[in-house]
Ligand binder design. Structure first.
Ligand SMILES: Nc1ncnc2c1ncn2[C@@H]1O[C@H](COP(=O)(O)OP(=O)(O)O)[C@@H](O)[C@H]1O
Ligand SMILES: [Mg+2]
Length: 337
């Protein structure tokens, strides 16, 4: 169990608890999420980190209630928003929570804007549809929001079309739409992946500023440990649909407690090592139709020993705020490989 982190009595703002998601396909059952637990509190940033295919987006889609079921199934687990399991809510209550109190910026956000409507129209639609505002009032709110996400000359640009904006500005528009209804939790799924490095940093800074203003809980999904270092409070590292390590961000950077995290850290480009080959984790992510027995990471792991191929490691609580799902976390912490 994770320690209680305060905020709402004993309940975190959002708690994913032992979530399982599987897809029933012709080829078999794809076990995309296998017992994920994480929490986020007001004003807190959780980074969810892992290679492509580790189940980060599927977990977020389960939170948002946007998985197609079937083929998806949630055989086990809870998703509690302020203590209430949203998986058990009525359809009507659910749509109030998801999309309004919990909002999401999608992974392919840059292509999500409609090319034939002005950005002002698209932002103001949030207020017309969900708040029943008049066109004029909704348009004023759209300008306000464009200001809030620091789009220069918002009053003029509100009448421009998506193609008239740069990638970074389009992402600001998507962020404006996601925060339009003042969500308490914002999930940003790879919000900077399509952007160049300078713009990535600006978007991260914007998300951090918006969060400071509103005290949202922020879940930042990324495959890039480099982009979250400055903004995250804590990190949950996912591999093959499981959390393999969770810890405050500084602990992870100081010394990882799972061989997979260690591999990820060693693959971050460093300015002081220009020209050197990056260490990349050897081998391929596992086939989710046929997970390796024991620890899913064992075929790629430099710390592997006999029982790694037979026993699934539980998430060992190695301090009050830190867990590692490695039988040999002590050796990893000691860094002797
Ligand atoms: N509709 C689907 N049908 C079958 N498999 C799916 C479906 N959606 C996602 N998956 C699988 O679930 C796994 C996790 O995907 P995802 O959460 O998108 O990974 P990521 O960590 O890159 O966000 C992947 O192997 C993906 O192929
Ligand atoms: Mg994804």
């Amino acid at each position: 169990m994770l320690p209680v982190e305060g905020g709402l009595g004993n309940e975190p703002l959002l708690a994913v608890d032992n979530l399982h998601v599987e897809f029933h396909t012709r080829a078999g059952i794809v076990r995309a999420v296998n017992g994920v637990s994480y929490t986020v509190n007001p004003g807190e940033t959780l980074a969810v980190l892992g290679e492509s295919g580790s189940g980060k987006s599927v977990t977020a889609q389960a939170i948002m209630g946007i998985l197609d079921m079937p083929p998806a199934r949630i055989p086990k687990g809870e998703i509690r928003f302020k203590g209430t399991d949203v998986l058990k809510l009525s359809e009507e209550a659910r749509t109030q929570v998801r999309g309004q109190r919990i909002a999401m910026i999608f992974q392919d956000a840059l292509s999500a804007l409609n090319p034939v409507f002005t950005v002002g129209w698209q932002i103001s639609e949030m207020f017309r549809v969900h708040r029943g505002m008049s066109k004029g009032d909704a348009m004023k709110k759209a300008v306000e929001l464009m200001d809030r996400v620091r789009i220069p000359a918002a009053r003029q640009r509100v009448n421009d079309y998506p193609h008239q904006f740069s990638g970074g500005m389009r992402q600001r528009i998507m962020i404006a739409m996601s925060i339009a209804l003042d969500p308490e939790v914002l999930i940003a799924d790879e919000p900077t992946t399509a952007l160049d490095v300078t713009v990535q940093a600006q978007i991260m800074e914007l998300l951090a500023e918006l969060q400071r203003e509103s005290q949202m809980g922020l879940i930042l999904i990324t495959h890039d440990l480099g982009v979250v270092a400055d903004v995250a409070d804590k990190i949950a590292v996912m591999y093959a649909g499981r959390i393999v390590e969770n810890a405050p961000v500084h602990d992870i950077y100081r010394v990882p407690a799972h061989p997979y995290t260690k591999g990820l850290l060693e693959s971050i480009p460093r300015v002081d090592q220009k020209g050197q080959d990056l260490y990349a984790i050897k081998g391929l992510p596992p086939n989710l139709l046929e997970l390796p027995s024991g620890c899913s990471f064992n075929p790629r792991c430099p710390y592997r020993q006999g029982n790694c191929e037979t026993d699934v490691p539980p998430l060992h609580q190695i301090s009050g705020t830190r867990g590692s799902a490695c039988h040999y976390w002590r050796e990893v912490l000691d860094g002797d490989r």
